[in-house]
Design a protein around this ligand. Sequence first.
Ligand code: IMP
Length: 200
Amino acid sequence: MQIVLATHNKHKQQELALALADFKHQILSLDDFPQIGEIAETGTTLLENSLIKARTVNQLTGLPAIADDTGLEVDALGGVPGVYSARWAGDNAGYRENNLKLLTELAEIPADQRSARFRCFISYVDQNLELWANAKVEGIILKEPVGQAGFGYDPLFFVPGLNKTLAQLSAEEKNRISHRGLAIQNFRKLFIEKIQPEYK
Ligand code: IMP
């Protein structure tokens, strides 16, 4: 049995595969299907985009597919960038440009008003069934990056309960508390209930 992670993003692959390490399924990713390029995220919500990616990969491979879509919601910016987190600073923007934009947009915002959260939707699609789950992690956007691990906005996202940014955590530690790690745990409960009780 195989499941495809519907992403080319190595960091997401690592975090998702770690959270599914005890599955008997062989975990594949889009790196195993180089003919499948980037999938256009044409939805207007995280749920829609995660479903679009999982449905597309299920259709193209004939295999069960898992996709995630994540957004960073910054309260002082009215919830932006949200579903547009990936290309916030422009179509060709990378993590660096997006982080710079975040620092610039929040330059005048004091420490006690820099609350934010990562929200993640995980969708699973096979020939018969669609499942989805979500989760979030609350944090504070720092004034400068701290930490080398993780990816994306992680070095700017401080988690008060841990006194660390997400970029100061190992993949295991991040999975324990993060939007993606918790969403996968919620997905696992549904998966066990609906499909594979032996993973309990
Ligand atoms: P996507 O649309 O789910 O690929 O994610 C949107 C953007 O959010 C990515 O390009 C990253 O910049 C950021 N992102 C997603 N997940 C994480 C995370 O776990 N930590 C930090 N940034 C993330």
